[in-house]
Design a protein around this ligand. Structure first.
Ligand code: GDP
Length: 463
């Protein structure tokens, strides 16, 4: 009888599983001693607002106890005495630049933080003011959503992934169709050897960066967008079926397998598997502003990112994500529209998920949809237009010399419109500079719904 043989990958998975179980036991013991620990992942596709969100959330956690009235929906969890907060580095991860980000926001003129381009994190240690033995450690891990998109690769072989990736790029009407056609021509004319594979991957990385700069988000492999030497040495590029059976195809397929086992799987085991709670940020308003093709692409990327939390087709992933018991999906930068539109923005992200696979998770409150402005850069106002009063917003424009403007942003549709029903002239929203924040050095920054987000993510651990 044949004995099943263990591969190095099986062993790595088994060790990862044991590590996670040992960690569970340690946490249970700590909880019994009054020390609580929760690890929160913050993710979202490039430009979704991760860096601003994490900065503002941590600043709010640090100062909410002194200013409970500014976080009404979180003040119940903080209790009457409140908590003293310290910000610490997180073992094994590059530090999230919290103090540099806060300094930039407090400066005159204020600056938005640099975007998140790689994995980083910090710990907020809260000690109860009435009982120093009560301590809660909140770990916050910020990572690019593009890395979660790569999970799809684990379910496919190289040929199937190539076909899916190329079909997306070549979809009629996609802004990717023309530039990816040029790249495909290059691939079809390439020499058939490993050196050609290196060159093609370099060119493909350039194509992905170009498409990202034009607003597309469903781009793989994600690590080609966050240049780091290791991932680039193994990342594959998709090839057309016409090249099946060539040495070039074989070299790319080998890269694909190495990328999955050396880059994608370890990320899940070592980082994703350690998370208890997850927040997924989605710039739905920015995607609407970029037109129907970009909007559809961003929605498909979000669907794929969210699938990471419910994959059942990869058994070993099931225990990986089993630990995450709350997922908060939020539309960011909601201060780009008037308050009257918030419900529609929420509906627009929830609409895609509520009726089908997510029904149980929603009913059990394991997933929630909401809207957030991590830092509120606009104020509500009114404009008289065509003889009528119209709700408007006022803020300092990010571009065009930073002028203060009062304007009426487009209404937000509660459901994704068909491309053919897209309004003439599109949906118009503009970016704003951060407001003057020097008065907020020791109090939560002005925001929308951060208190609600904090209550969902950590409130139960403080009560
Ligand atoms: P990341 O790539 O996901 O880390 O995105 P960032 O956090 O760097 O955010 C990208 C940009 O979005 C920022 O530079 C701001 O212009 C804008 N932004 C992010 N959050 C907010 C917000 O709460 N309000 C407003 N008005 N703009 C925001």
């Amino acid at each position: 009888m044949a004995t099943p043989s263990l591969t190095a990958t099986d062993l790595r998975r088994a060790l990862g599983w044991l590590g996670a179980r040992a960690d569970d036991l340690r946490r249970a013991a700590e909880a019994a001693l009054g020390r609580n620990h929760v690890r929160i992942g913050v993710t979202g596709l490039s430009g979704a607002g991760k860096s601003v969100f994490t900065t503002s959330l941590v600043h709010a956690l640090a100062h909410a106890s002194a200013h409970p009235a500014s976080m009404p929906l979180f003040s119940g969890a903080l209790g009457a005495r409140g908590w003293d907060a310290t910000i610490e580095p997180l073992d094994g991860l590059p530090p999230f630049p919290q103090s540099a980000n806060v300094a930039g926001l407090l400066a005159d003129p204020p600056r938005w933080p640099e975007p998140t381009s790689s994995l980083c994190g910090l710990r907020v240690r809260l000690v109860h003011r009435g009982d120093a033995a009560r301590e809660v450690r909140i770990d916050i891990v910020d990572y690019p959503g593009e890395w979660l998109l790569d999970l799809e690769l684990l379910r496919l072989d190289y040929a199937a992934w190539s076909a899916a990736a190329l079909a997306r790029l070549q979809a009629p009407g996609s802004p990717a169709a023309e530039p990816s056609g040029i790249w495909l021509g290059q691939a079809l004319g390439a020499a058939s050897d490993a050196a050609a594979a290196d060159r093609l991957v370099g060119a493909y990385g350039g194509l992905l960066a170009h498409l990202r700069d034009h607003g597309l988000r469903h781009l793989q492999p994600g690590r080609l967008l966050v240049p780091d030497g290791v991932a680039q040495a193994t990342a594959p590029a998709p090839l057309p079926a016409a090249l099946d059976g060539t040495a070039l195809h074989a070299a790319m397929a080998e890269r694909f397998d190495r990328y999955c086992s050396e880059i994608v799987e370890p990320f899940y085991r070592e980082h994703f598997a350690q998370l208890d709670r997850q927040i997924v940020l989605f710039d739905v308003i920015g995607a609407l502003a970029r037109g129907p093709a970009v909007f559809a692409d961003t929605q498909s990327a979000l669907t794929s990112v969210l699938a990471s939390f419910r994959y059942r087709s990869i058994p070993w992933l099931d225990w990986l994500r089993a630990r995450i018991d709350r997922v908060l999906v939020v539309a960011t930068k909601v201060d780009h529209v008037t308050t009257s539109q918030y419900l529609n923005v929420r509906q627009l992200i929830a609409d895609r998920f509520e009726p089908t696979d997510w029904a149980n998770a929603i009913a059990e409150d394991r997933i929630r949809f909401d809207v957030v402005a991590s830092i509120r850069a606009t104020l509500d106002g009114w404009i008289r237009q065509d003889g009528a009063q119209r709700a408007a917003i006022q803020g300092v424009l990010k571009q065009r010399g930073g002028a203060l403007r009062l304007l009426v942003p487009s209404d937000v549709p509660p459901k994704a419109p068909e491309a053919s029903a897209w309004p003439e002239g599109g949906f118009v929203y503009v970016d704003f500079a951060p407001p003057a924040l020097s008065a907020f050095a020791d109090r939560p920054f002005p925001n929308v719904n951060l208190d609600k987000a904090l209550d969902y993510l950590v409130g139960d651990r403080l009560r």
